[in-house]
Design a protein around this ligand. Structure first.
Ligand SMILES: Cc1cc2nc3c(=O)[nH]c(=O)nc-3n(C[C@H](O)[C@H](O)[C@H](O)COP(=O)(O)OP(=O)(O)OC[C@H]3O[C@@H](n4cnc5c(N)ncnc54)[C@H](O)[C@@H]3O)c2cc1C
Ligand code: FES
Length: 280
């Protein structure tokens, strides 16, 4: 009896990669770097499905900005999957598949505002590197200075590639003592942009989206939902008429206007609708 192997199925089987280096980025965020030529070609905003055998599989943004085949995952320590990933050491295996999803698109837009919070900054860092040469303002924030992700790298990069960088902290320990959407509001009063790109906590993105609509500014938002297949098959990630894993995670303001759940509701692991902010 011959064993037939279905090639499309194999394409989506998790593959193992070996962690080559690990870096502490903040007290609660760590980056893991490995070689994978496929993920190295992920476009800004695309994600990988990362499997921890015996625990679960979750989506993670891919950071591919160094070398010829290097890719990185930037992981915030929280629940079971992220804690299991945090325990990895150089030489340990990770299981990944992808990249999947629709990336950010920029087209002819030149004056760009990039707004990131927490690990939401990860796809925006890829975008920033791809957009060198355009007129960029980047705003990011955290509760306190030590939690500002990629702070030193961003400062160096902003000097070398000449973009405007604004930090906000809730406690005023670095940058402006303010919430990110308030800084965005001030910047939008003073300057005009062709497009806004954001990723981070959904309440923050909703406030930025409302400001962009007032200014009639083009906008793209990267959404986070529960993903199971990551391929557009299971509908775990449904929002309005869209599947976030297949049609997103990046959506335009036109698509967002057809999603009444945006900024208000999501589905939990069982598929039940729950208010944003309620745990998995
Ligand atoms: C497109 C996209 C990109 C993301 N990029 C990053 C990133 O770069 N860095 C990062 O730290 N996080 C990222 N996340 C969030 C990540 O997928 C998890 O939600 C996060 O790691 C929390 O998992 P946890 O194990 O800490 O547990 P908790 O948040 O406590 O959740 C408990 C359990 O629920 C399940 N679960 C949680 N979230 C998901 C999910 N989204 N899909 C399926 N099952 C889930 C897992 O079993 C998890 O262990 C991204 C999410 C999406 C949708
Ligand atoms: S996660 Fe299965 S359809 Fe999106």
């Amino acid at each position: 009896m011959s064993l037939e192997i279905d090639v499309p199925v194999l394409m989506h089987a998790p593959r193992s990669v070996r962690v080559e280096r690990i870096q502490d980025e903040t007290p609660s965020i760590r980056s893991f770097w490995f070689s994978d030529a496929t993920l190295h070609h992920a476009r800004p905003g695309q994600f990988a499905m990362v499997w921890v055998p015996g625990v679960d599989e979750v989506p993670m943004s891919v950071l591919a900005i160094h070398g010829h085949s290097e890719a990185g995952l930037v992981i915030k320590k929280g629940g079971p999957v992220s804690v299991a990933l945090w325990d990895k050491k150089p030489g340990d295996k990770l299981w990944v598949r992808g990249p999947y999803g629709q990336p950010y698109t920029v087209g002819h837009h030149h004056r760009l505002l990039i707004v990131g919070g927490g690990t939401g900054l990860v796809p925006l860092i890829s975008l920033l590197v791809h957009l060198r040469g355009r007129e960029i303002t980047l705003i990011t924030g955290a509760r306190t200075a030590s939690e500002l992700l990629f702070k030193d790298w961003l400062i160096r990069e902003s000097k070398e590639h000449n973009f405007k960088l604004l930090f906000a902290t809730d406690d005023g320990s670095y940058g402006e003592k303010n919430q990110v959407p308030k800084v965005v509001e001030h910047v939008l009063k003073a300057d005009k942009f062709d497009a806004i790109y954001t990723c981070g906590p959904e309440p923050m993105m909703k406030l930025v989206y409302d400001l962009a609509r007032l200014k009639q500014c083009h906008m793209q938002v990267s959404l986070e939902r529960v993903f199971k297949c990551g391929l557009g098959i299971c509908a775990a990630c449904v929002i309005g008429p869209y599947l976030v894993c297949r049609d997103g995670p990046v959506f335009s303001e036109r698509e967002l206007s057809g999603m009444p759940e945006f900024g208000h509701e999501r589905r939990d692991l069982s598929g039940k609708k729950v208010p944003l902010g309620v745990g998995h």
